[in-house]
Ligand binder design. Structure first.
Ligand SMILES: *Cc1c(COP(=O)(O)O)cnc(C)c1O
Length: 464
């Protein structure tokens, strides 16, 4: 057939839309994507004819391409992935994982009306924070509490409310950067507080803070070195010393804890992560921490501390800009309920469970994954075995702690390990794994029992 004839035999958009398949697609998918995909595939074929790459045209051949294109256009962008990296609070993979049980509570509250800002006792307007204040106070031992969208917002609103136009004193060893966009000096200047640096990178003494105090000092700020450590010839001032100093001069003391650990991790070999309860007990006026790091809840920023100061923060107009929504609030309440009994928190909060799970449990899961993989993938396709390895907590917390773990190491024989990693990443669901010593490492710590089949199918498919 000549080009002209071929071109004129291309089906029209209308023809395809009115065909049986076209009508079916318009029922299932957004009409604009059906139209867009149809146009694109027709155009693609037209170009192929012009370049002499296509010698025949058939509607039958075009339909699967159009369908594929429609599916890609209509797929949701934010979707589940299998996290085989072993990093529990993976900042790029959604940080904390919520349980079905917690989501049930969200569903109950969000799929209907609720008493979000209604006081059922008094029959008048209520406060949204009231729903979790009681729990937060109970668990942390604080007098009062607030919750906002994330910890960055919590720090920001506290600085604005307590130290705008005044000096906030911070050690040079604590001017930290967390994950790119949160940098203490920048947050400080945006909040209107004046940064008053004291001490040096490695050593800061109490006398450095004391010497910096003047009539314009608004706040003594301590920031947890969440994601790094200084070792060697170092000194930072302990929170209780700072509290004593603050009391002496009538200046509030704030501690940005970052992670917000509510469970004592010492029995698990982690000695440098203070609990929120310890810091509150020290007499610190304000403590801020994340909802979705070690705490294992939804994204949020918690502010706990002395009632008088919490009230001052609550009145700041910025609170409205950073206020938390009802979905997060209901998830938070359900997560916190588990913390009333520490054992429940360890059993029911996925982040906490994955972080603290027994090594032999991880090993058993790694073995199960290996057995399933070996059933599907022949020895001439890949060499696979269970290895001992270490995982990190992630989420900008516990940087120096290596949690012992078990993983399946996969060495593909018919394709490169980089190609395998890439194919898994493009899979459905995508599987995210790391490469080490020319093997793909599937860390069993972060793979749920209900994800094993998906993982095995994904790897089997990627080997083809
Ligand atoms: C993580 C962290 C933050 C930011 O918390 P987000 O909840 O991510 O906004 C602030 N300060 C410290 C010390 C942190 O570790």
């Amino acid at each position: 057939m000549n080009k002209k004839k071929l071109l004129s035999s291309l089906p029209s958009v209308d023809e395809i839309l009115k065909s049986e398949k076209g009508l079916e697609w318009q029922e299932t998918y957004p009409r604009r994507y059906v139209l867009k995909a149809t146009r694109e595939i027709i155009e693609h074929n037209r170009q192929a004819i012009l370049k002499d790459e296509l010698k025949e045209i058939s509607l039958e051949d075009m339909l699967p391409h159009i369908r594929h294109r429609i599916e890609r256009l209509s797929a949701l962008s934010l979707k589940p992935v299998i996290n085989a990296t072993g990093v529990v609070m993976h900042t790029n993979l959604g940080r904390s994982v919520l349980s079905e049980e917690i989501l049930e509570n969200v569903k109950r509250v969000a799929c209907g009306y609720s008493n979000l800002e209604y006081d059922l006792e008094k029959g008048e307007r209520g406060k949204r924070y009231s729903h979790i204040q009681r729990l937060l106070n109970e668990i942390t031992g604080a007098e009062s509490s607030l919750i906002v969208n994330n910890n960055a917002a919590a720090v920001f609103v506290c600085l604005t409310a307590l130290a705008k136009g005044k000096e906030a004193v911070v050690s040079r060893g604590e001017l930290v950067e967390i994950g790119g966009s949160f940098r203490v000096p920048d947050v400080m200047s945006a909040s209107g507080a004046i940064l008053r640096e004291v001490g040096t990178t490695n050593k800061t003494h109490l006398r450095d803070y004391e010497a910096a105090i003047n009539e314009n000092t608004g706040l003594l700020l301590k920031v947890h070195q969440s994601n790094f450590r200084t070792i060697g010839f170092t000194k930072q001032v302990e929170i209780d010393e700072l509290v004593t100093l603050g009391k002496k001069h009538g200046i509030p003391v704030m501690f940005d804890l970052g992670s917000g650990c509510l469970i004592d991790l010492k029995p698990y070999g982690v000695h440098i992560e203070p609990t929120v309860q310890e810091i509150v007990k020290s007499g610190c006026d304000i403590v801020t921490f994340s909802g979705d790091k070690l705490l294992g809840g939804p994204q949020g920023g918690v502010i706990v501390g002395k009632s008088e100061i919490i009230e001052k923060i609550a009145k700041n107009p910025l609170m409205r800009a950073v206020r938390i929504d009802k979905l997060t609030l209901s998830a938070f309440e359900a997560v916190l309920m588990n913390y009333l009994d520490e054992d429940k928190a360890k059993a029911h909060i996925p982040t906490v469970r994955m972080l603290l799970q027994a090594v032999n449990e991880i090993k058993a899961r790694a073995k199960k994954i290996l057995t399933r993989l070996k059933r599907e993938i022949k020895e001439n396709v890949a060499e696979m075995d269970v290895i001992e390895d270490s995982s990190q907590s992630g989420g900008g917390a516990l940087p120096e702690i290596e949690f012992k773990t078990f993983a399946v190491a996969v060495r593909p024989k018919k394709l490169s390990v980089n190609r395998l990693e890439e194919r898994l990443r493009h899979g459905n669901p995508p599987i995210i794994a790391r490469i080490k010593d020319n093997a793909l490492i599937l860390d069993a710590r972060t793979v749920g029992d209900n994800e094993v089949e998906g993982l095995v199918k994904g790897i089997e498919g990627a080997m083809l």
